[in-house]
Ligand binder design. Sequence first.
Ligand SMILES: [Zn+2]
Length: 339
Amino acid sequence: MSSPHLVSPTRRQFLTTSATALAATALTGGLSAAETKPAAPAAKPPRNAFAYRFAIGDLEAWSISDGNLALKEGLGLMWPEGDRPAMKADMVAHGERTDLLPLYVNILVVKVGNEVALFDGGFGPGKNPNSGWVGESLAAIGLAPEKVTHAFLSHAHADHIGGFVTGNRMIFPNAAFHCLKAELDFWRSPEPDFSKSKRAKGPLPGMIKDAREKFDVLQPNLQLVKPGDGLLGGAIQVVAGPGHTAGHALFRVRSGQESLMHFMDVAHHHTLMFTDPGWGIAFDHEPELAIDTRKKLFAELSTTHERAYGFHLPWPGLGRVAKAGPGYAWQGERWSWGI
Ligand SMILES: [Zn+2]
């Protein structure tokens, strides 16, 4: 362990602020309204938690949040269509609301010596107040964008590549930008093939244009990787996870006897894809291949009990995959202060 302390600066600040507020309440509690000063304008509500520190062996790691969204299409996004009643029953059985799909956006940050690895960029700056928090989250853990030395991209959907580019500028100018060649080739092909995907077809031209423009901005820093490659002295291993996209990449972080499998968009929901790995989301480019990848990975993780991290699973995204009946279950880790 690099440090026994798992309390983040953000949390320390929060505790200090809370203690001050409590003391102020205690001091004014005995005074009548006439004796207190007029109320100051309402303070900005405190930000939700967005930085969680943990360790992978000797490495310091963070789960930082880019925010969260509620997908109002709900089960209308899930396939096969005929299984939606069973999916709804599964959500009810787990105490989940059935009118939407929550979409957490969890970003993994790992420090290896003086190098800082960032895994996907989130949506990036935008108008939605519930997303695009990565810059703020990094600042909260004391990392300027210039300090990031390695930016890993799992795939080029907007919630993953968006946070790497603003306008025609790289947000992490000193970071080598890593992705699989298959992902780059897909988006740069003359006609990216979405024929098997259940995605709405209307937004596709805009989505393709956006991904291509972002890759063009990132081109000077691009360093393609292959499945099986080891980076940062072998601490990061690249793993192919095709189906969600052609070059969908997963990443294993290893230190000593500990490891973490970052499985990105292999699962978008913490009960549905685990109860039945054959249930998939419309965003998959090749649904059958995505299911195959999910089944293989869950079989592996439920056997090895390796710690895992999900990009879209409930914050902070850490947990393990366990066998449960004919399928699996996500055993999310509770928030820990190192106890
Ligand atoms: Zn995603």
